[in-house]
Write a protein that binds this ligand. Structure first.
Ligand code: PLP
Length: 459
């Protein structure tokens, strides 16, 4: 008999989680205005809100915490972190920051000017925010196929080289760099192929542009290159990472994702001029050069996390949970963004609840139903998140309407994954009974999804 797949770790410490009844959950979700961000974590059984900073550290990372050097300047832990980053990326200049958006803030303060254009593949919200805050433009050059949720492509996070070249040709000197997000979070955690990264490098070399990788999930991206792209099956994840980063000039990193820590981030680059320019901003915004917003102990744990998460078994255990969830949803017929990506599954709410008008937020309705069903907290990545058009104040209904279910790293077992799938099946099977969606009672002008209050739409 074939030996079944199992986790590449065992559990040394546990954290109890609380079950509740449907009646309790109906009461709780009503109290918080039908917004899952308002729930207390003890009101949640399985928390799939995000994979950011929610992972479990290993015994080795906890041990490294005890060795943290809290010296203000020149801490040993900084040099451990710098060595780990250099080993994986080849970048020798490293600036720690308190999280990914802080890395963006520091680096973009040095590089992005009013009127600039920054092309890339689906910029992450905070990345876009930091570009637009500086009155510059983030231009999304992702391949068109990424919008078709049912199309199976191995590298749906890729940039369209034609779109990219056109932006560079049109805006020339106004393009400070190109940013590639690996994996492409916004498109569904979809990977970018080595061939595409190489093509981006070729175009940028042609026009004398530099490339930044927004690297929050670079290790997952390397896993997909190994398992999906010709010629990489026999390479190690670390070899693939070196090859990917050889195609970039620098990176911003949210260590809360593939760094396997709960808080942290950094900038790394091969260029002294970028390092010198960023230095001027890290000191006032984050802290001195060798800690920039992180504790010594946190840098020590991150150094270990980066090495651990560029091991195949660790990544394989994680991605296996996503593949398991996807295969169960296939069995139950629940439609999602295909193929499943590296950190989350995105349920296509417009296909599940076609009877709910867009004005009543189908994905938010489905998010609430899933919470009531089994205490699972997902997150709407759809019409609420899209906010209103700043000029017309109309809702933006042109994008996808997803329920995103993120899987935290090394936190839940395959049994929890089966619970998530079963709850989705139950909601899916009674989808025709869901007649009405939600309506907004109160909303903030920007980023309304965090604080919006809703009620069931009137019959
Ligand atoms: C999370 C994330 C960021 C921002 O990082 P924070 O640590 O949340 O500040 C930037 N880019 C991508 C792709 C991310 O997933």
């Amino acid at each position: 008999m074939e030996i079944p797949f199992a986790e590449s770790w065992k559990i040394k410490m546990v954290e109890p989680i609380t079950k509740s009844t449907r009646e309790q959950r109906e009461e709780w979700i009503k109290e918080v205005g039908y917004n899952v961000f308002g729930l207390r974590s003890d009101q949640v059984y399985i928390d799939c809100l995000t994979d950011s900073g929610t992972g479990a550290m290993s015994d080795r990372q906890w041990a490294a915490m005890m060795t943290g050097d809290e010296s203000y300047a020149g801490a040993r832990s900084f040099f451990e972190l710098k060595d780990a980053i250099e080993k994986i990326t080849g970048f020798k200049y490293v600036i720690p920051t308190h999280q990914g958006r802080a890395a963006e803030n520091v680096l973009f303060s040095a590089l992005v000017k009013e009127g600039d254009y920054v092309p890339g593949n689906s910029h992450f919200d905070t990345t876009k925010g930091h570009i637009e805050f500086r009155k510059a433009h983030a231009v999304d050059c992702t391949i068109d196929d990424a919008k078709d949720t049912q199309k199976e492509l191995p590298f749906k996070g890729n940039v369209d080289p034609k779109k990219l070249e056109k932006v560079i040709q049109e805006h020339g000197d106004k393009v400070p760099f190109v940013i590639m997000t690996i994996t492409n979070n916004t498109a569904g955690g979809e990977p970018v192929s080595m061939a595409n990264l190489r093509e981006v490098r070729r175009i940028c070399d042609k026009y004398g542009k530099r490339v930044i990788f927004d690297s929050a999930r670079f290790a997952e991206n390397a896993y997909f290159i190994k398992t999906r792209e010709d010629g990489y099956a026999d390479k190690t994840i670390k070899e693939i990472c070196r090859e990917m980063f050889a195609l970039a000039d620098g990176m911003t990193m949210s260590a809360k994702k593939d760094g396997l820590v709960n808080m942290g981030g950094f900038i790394a680059t091969r260029w002294e001029d970028w390092y010198e320019a960023a230095k001027a901003f890290v000191i006032p915004f984050e802290g001195y050069l060798t800690y920039g917003g992180m504790n010594g102990r946190d840098m020590a744990a991150l150094a270990v996390g980066l090495i651990e998460n560029t091991e195949f078994d660790n990544l394989h255990t994680r991605i296996h949970q996503l593949t398991l969830l996807a295969s169960l949803l296939d069995e139950y017929g629940v439609p999602y963004q295909r193929p499943v990506g590296g950190h989350a599954i995105f349920i296509d709410a417009l296909k599940v609840l076609p009877q709910i008008p867009k004005e009543e937020f189908p994905a938010q309705t489905l998010t609430i139903e899933l919470y009531k069903e089994a205490g699972i907290r997902g997150c709407e990545i759809g019409f609420l998140l899209a906010d209103r058009d700043p000029e017309t104040r109309q809702n933006r209904f042109d994008g996808n309407d997803f329920v995103r279910l993120c899987i935290p790293r090394r936190v839940y077992t395959d049994n929890h994954i089966r619970v998530i799938a079963a709850a989705l099946k139950n909601v899916y099977d009674r989808r025709d009974e869901i007649k009405r969606g939600m309506e907004i009672v109160w909303e903030a002008e920007l980023m309304r999804h965090f604080t919006v209050r809703l009620k069931p739409a009137a019959e």
